[in-house]
Ligand binder design. Structure first.
Ligand SMILES: [Fe+2]
Length: 448
């Protein structure tokens, strides 16, 4: 089988040069979160002799994190494995990673891809896949390390700096993250992952005004992107709006963008779920939106592909009083029994105790919710997601404490948050409520 060289100076086995050119286009789509990423499916269906195209198609479907996606991935993985004996060593490793990913062994997949990066420091596509896997497994150091391994060779590529920016932010290296964002947008103003990293930087710094201004200034470039990237950047705008006491504007964004682009996309669904929860808990009436969400989420409630996703699906179902919610708890607990070593902590230490807590929270059984969440929180990071996303579960716990009138631990959480964000009115209101119930009503929580 012929061997070609792609735009990243990497050797690729394929039946034609056209395949390699299309692979390059796919890579640009993957890095830039554009809808062009879909071309990998047609390519893999057309050229059955390109191992990397088959492996990428498998990873593309596996990364959708749905039962349907995992099932579709299998055919491409089978083709890739059949080609493996005659593939190049780098290609063989990518196939091995795809096989791990298709078994939801994400940590193992990331480890294999990192080894590829050690030998191929121009392979920014592999760095992108590795960063996604580290993100899914709550590994901030990995989120940063993967792009750093290709940083020297790919310095002129704006997408490298977007990846670095996010990695630095997840490692709490905020100044480094901001520098990387500026480098990315100086190379390409429309780099959406860099925009996203800047939102995280401002979220972490509690500079909501700066964050919202930055995101609004670049939002005109959010065209032609995957629905996840568009809705997730708008979700970050909504987080700023909530803390600026502009929740009604966030609800408008929910209607106009977050729940208007692609209701089938699980990432869009969780953007919607976590936004509605945040809005409702500060007193906004979100109407019947939970029912619209639950109707779409129900299709994914049996997948058990990701604890991080499942918690949010479960809350939406339970909040909408969907009959499948208690059964989903049972399925999540059963999934813990069959979890591989790779994902055991996430399912056993987090999902199994906290699933019933999510259901209890939605049913206003706050005592049970607080008990169940308390068991899971020390291990929460391993279920993946960003700091900002996982904060939803910290809020679940906080609200369970408040609902069960456990004011002493609630005050501790609220006071720490208030320290960083003294101007946020919902924090001041909830903290004052805690003080009132602790016989400390005279304690002032500062200006709004
Ligand atoms: Fe984010």
């Amino acid at each position: 089988m012929p061997i070609w060289t792609d735009k990243h100076d990497l050797q690729v086995t394929a039946s034609s040069e056209q395949t390699v050119q299309t692979l390059d286009q796919f890579g640009d789509g993957l890095l830039g979160f554009t809808t062009q990423v879909d071309i990998i499916v047609d390519l893999a269906d057309t050229d059955h002799d390109c191992p990397v195209a088959q492996a990428y198609a498998a990873q593309f479907f596996a990364s959708a994190e749905t039962a349907d996606g995992m099932q579709k991935a299998q055919a491409y993985l089978s083709r890739a494995k059949a080609l493996a004996p005659h593939a190049l060593p780098r290609e063989q490793a990518i196939i091995q990673a795809a096989e791990h990913w298709c078994k939801t062994e994400r940590r193992s997949a990331a480890k294999v891809l990192e080894q590829v990066l050690d030998d191929h420091p121009t392979d920014i596509i592999t760095a992108k896949w590795a960063q996604a896997l580290h993100f899914d497994t709550g590994n901030p150091a990995g989120i940063l390390r993967a792009p750093l391994k290709v940083a020297a060779a790919c310095d002129a590529n704006p997408y490298l700096h977007g990846m670095l920016a996010f990695g630095y932010e997840e490692c709490h290296l905020l100044d480094d993250a901001e520098r990387a964002v500026h480098r990315a947008v100086s190379l390409n103003r429309a780099e959406p992952w860099a925009h996203h990293a800047m939102a995280h930087v401002n979220e972490a710094r509690n500079t909501m005004d700066v964050g919202i201004q930055f995101m609004m200034d670049v939002s005109d470039t959010w065209t032609g992107l995957t629905s996840f990237m568009t809705t997730h950047n708008w979700w970050h705008v909504c987080l700023f709006l909530i803390d600026l006491d502009r929740g009604h504007e966030a609800l408008d964004i929910y209607d106009q963008t977050i729940w208007a682009l692609n209701q089938n996309c699980v990432q869009d669904q969780i953007n919607g779920i976590s936004l509605l929860y945040r809005l409702e808990r500060i007193g906004l009436d979100v109407g019947n939106r939970w029912h619209g969400l639950a109707a779409q989420v129900a299709a994914n409630a049996s997948s058990q592909v990701s604890v991080f996703l499942d918690f949010q699906f479960l809350y939406a179902l339970a909040r909408a009083e969907h009959s499948d919610a208690p059964k989903m708890v049972d399925r999540m607990i059963a999934r813990a029994d069959t979890a591989s070593e790779d994902e055991k902590v996430a399912w056993v230490r987090v999902a199994a105790p906290a699933a019933s807590g999510v259901l209890a929270l939605a049913n206003k059984d706050y005592v049970t919710a607080a008990q169940q969440f308390a068991q899971a929180l020390p291990f929460l990071q391993c279920i993946g997601g960003s700091h900002a996303q996982r904060d939803l579960f910290e809020l679940f716990y906080l609200d369970a404490l408040r609902g069960s009138e456990q004011w002493a631990p609630a005050q501790q959480i609220l006071a720490m948050r208030h320290l960083g964000r003294p101007g946020v009115s919902w924090l001041k209101t909830q903290l004052q409520e805690a003080y009132d119930n602790l016989g400390l009503g005279q304690v002032l929580t500062g200006p709004t």
